[in-house]
Ligand binder design. Structure first.
Ligand code: ATP
Length: 140
């Protein structure tokens, strides 16, 4: 077995509306709820909750790829890692104006009186917008 085969695992990132990516990878770094989680080949089987944030993965050509992902789960079983998230976006596909407007909307809602449920909803929306802007370098 070639060296790169031995050090790799099969990665699949599924968003609600699409298969974001699938193929061999050396590493994936996930925004897990309790901090960044790096998964390499032959990781012990596990399950982790993923939250809105930046995900990075390295493909067999050595390239690192970045994605903004929403809430979901990651599962490692038998050298296969599946990430199932609400949404997954490449930085170049992010609409910066839309994210800025979403951030402003959420910040305005934060200043208003809200129910607890509305507050969590707004907080999640703000986190999505801020992550999109941070990853595209436009969080100003
Ligand atoms: P917004 O507050 O701007 O609507 P959102 O996160 O609430 O953002 P939704 O309205 O739930 O988004 O729409 C979901 C779809 O839109 C997903 O496919 C998501 O990837 C995409 N999307 C949301 N915001 C952006 C953005 N700024 N750039 C590119 N795609 C986006």
């Amino acid at each position: 077995m070639a060296e790169n085969e031995r050090n790799s695992f099969y990665l699949k990132i599924l968003a609600a509306d699409k298969v974001f990516c699938k193929g061999k990878a050396y590493n994936v770094i996930l925004p897990a709820v309790d901090g960044q989680l790096s998964i390499l080949a032959h990781h012990a089987d596990m399950m982790a909750a993923v939250e809105t944030g930046e995900l990075k993965y390295q493909t067999l050509d050595g390239e690192w790829h970045t994605a903004v992902v929403g809430n979901g789960f990651a599962q490692a079983i038998n050298n296969r890692v599946t990430v199932l998230v609400d949404f997954a976006e490449r930085p170049e596909d992010i609409n910066i104006l839309r994210a800025k407007e979403a951030k402003e909307r959420a910040e305005e809602q934060m200043r208003q009186k809200q129910s607890i449920q509305e507050y969590y909803h707004t907080q999640a929306s703000l986190a999505r917008a801020m992550t999109r802007l941070r990853v595209t370098g436009k969080n100003i």
